[in-house]
Design a protein around this ligand. Sequence first.
Ligand SMILES: Cc1ncc(COP(=O)(O)O)c(C=O)c1O
Length: 373
Amino acid sequence: MTEFATRVENVSISGIREVFEAAGDDAINLGLGQPDFPTPAHARRAAVEAIESGQTDAYTSNKGTPQLREAIAAKYDRDYGIEVDPANAIATSGGSEALHLALEAHVDPNQEVIFPDPGFVSYDALTRIAGGTPKPVSLRDDLTLDPAAVEDAITEETAVFIVNSPANPTGAVQSEADMREFARIADEHDVLCISDEVYEHIVFEGEHHSPLKFAETDNVVVVSACSKTYSMTGWRLGWLVGSGDRIERMLRVHQYAQACASAPAQFAAEAALTGPQEPVAEMVGAFEERRDVVVDGLEDAGLEVPTPSGAFYAMPKVPEGWCDEVLDRGVVAVPGEAFGSNGEGYARLSYATGMEELKAALEIIDSATAAVR
Ligand SMILES: Cc1ncc(COP(=O)(O)O)c(C=O)c1O
């Protein structure tokens, strides 16, 4: 019988799915990692027009259409004053593929990859798939990643450390000072910093800062996507930005594994990036209102929760049995340990759900919390 590869035997299907499967049909789902808004009409229309005019029938260039890469480069100039050569961007099948390419291209077998714990589920799994060794590091009390913790975890074997701000599952946003430190660490230790910025525009307090702006070497690669910013998770369109040398290596993987990102999605993404940005501001405004309601509701229920400054997640500390109790009462929340062993004793709540449902869920959470205390 054909054996399975060790690197794939070493990963399992995300624990988040198990929670969804256990939920009843009429449960209020606070487990979802995607915005509950429509993709902006102009992005949809651009894809439809490109399809109808036959522009999407063929492969695009491996890196993506020149127009999309121009739009990605222009975005970095517009948003952060960072100069990006359109030749140094690859359009990918979502941020997920971008993370995969970055790790495949930079991690040798048994090299170490440092990432936040709790952190996005893919960091551990994609490290293992690349043959690397996961090195999760714990977070500060406010659930941000301490650059000093990353620096302490670096060894001779370290290939990469991953920074994610705003973060899934915590909603935490790293300060500019932290991002400067991450850039310094990448420069001084000569290790690659993969900066996962897929929530870059969903920030309520302060601003998003990219370590790409502060690094003096080419040791920062940025991953981002249309998925969260433009509510385009189903379109599967993300990108990578890095130095020419790094892009060339990541392109080798992309070329053979993917050829190019889906052409209709590339046209939609170009329109999303270059068109009116008001839909983003409206969505972020709605998330901020919900964030306030959720944090107040959790605190009223007696739960301790750092106020998330971005993304659309809150991560309260919860008593034992809490997730099962709220699930029994019809609310889906993801147990913190799905995001790493340090997530134990926490739960992740997504507020990418309408206000009325959120309020109903908070009432249930209030009584469920009282029941398990
Ligand atoms: C932190 C983080 N990075 C990357 C991704 C992948 O995004 P995409 O849907 O663009 O593949 C996600 C999706 O949930 C995420 O939360």
